[in-house]
Design a protein around this ligand. Structure first.
Ligand SMILES: *Cc1c(COP(=O)(O)O)cnc(C)c1O
Length: 224
């Protein structure tokens, strides 16, 4: 696609986000994070040139490579994948805007140690396994609030900003919707939480209608 074609294409995505958010309220603002994990630095530059600023990656080495290559551009980097403890320092070297996948207490405690040693803080979202799927990372819904409070108490260098969740892996829209509603109801109970990150290319409109204010769009943003 040419830049113009890509812009027209992205406009249709933005219009869909806009329509969904207005169904909630004119005051309900939704941020789009473009997930670039299947895309190149060139693809990211193209999206940047038509106005996109926030990008997400799920592998530390890919994030690092792209952040270095695109160092000149004022991009916002989000880390959205499972973080292995031995990669924490590599992630912190990039100083991402938001770590969206804080998925265990163990990881939080280890992250706290590394942050303290570097005299840094990091904005994070707690990942919720709202559909209770074996294959997914994250806190189980029944433990989420208690664990959130524990992290606030024990990890002063972690700034918890809210929650992230991946919709249920199902063909049944009711099951997917239930998973979003579960995440949203936890989000509403958390102190000072302002970000509810849910919704991907296949389900973002439903996620927004369930209260999401941050969508992570990969394939649909890059037309892959
Ligand atoms: C890949 C990924 C996305 C984007 O997925 P698409 O279906 O391509 O929009 C969003 N969130 C997470 C956590 C991902 O790993």
């Amino acid at each position: 696609m040419t830049n113009i074609e890509h812009k027209l294409y992205i406009d249709t995505v933005i219009r869909r986000v806009e329509t969904a958010r207005l169904r909630v309220s004119g005051h309900h603002i939704v941020k789009i994070v473009a997930v670039s994990k299947y895309s190149t630095s060139d693809d990211i530059s193209t999206l940047y040139s038509i106005g996109q600023r926030a990008f997400g990656e799920n592998k530390v080495q890919d994030l690092k490579a792209k952040a270095v290559e695109l160092d000149e551009l004022p991009l916002e980097w989000h880390f959205i994948g499972n973080l292995q403890k031995n990669k924490i320092n590599n992630l912190l070297d990039i100083d991402p805007t938001l770590f969206q996948a804080l998925d265990s207490l163990d990881l939080a405690l280890e992250l706290q140690k590394k942050l303290e040693a570097k005299d840094m803080t990091l904005d994070c979202l707690m990942q919720i396994n709202s559909a209770k799927e074996e294959s997914k990372f994250g806190f189980m819904p029944q433990n989420a609030k208690e664990s959130y409070m524990t992290i606030i108490e024990k990890c002063p260098n972690i700034n918890l900003k809210g929650v992230m969740s991946i919709g249920a892996h199902s063909d049944d829209t009711k099951v997917i919707k239930d998973s979003f509603n579960t995440t949203y109801s936890i989000y509403k109970e958390l102190p000072n939480a302002t970000i509810c990150s849910m919704g991907m290319s296949g389900d973002f409109e439903m996620a927004i209608e369930c209260g999401s204010n941050m969508v992570r769009l990969g394939s649909i943003m890059f037309n892959k």
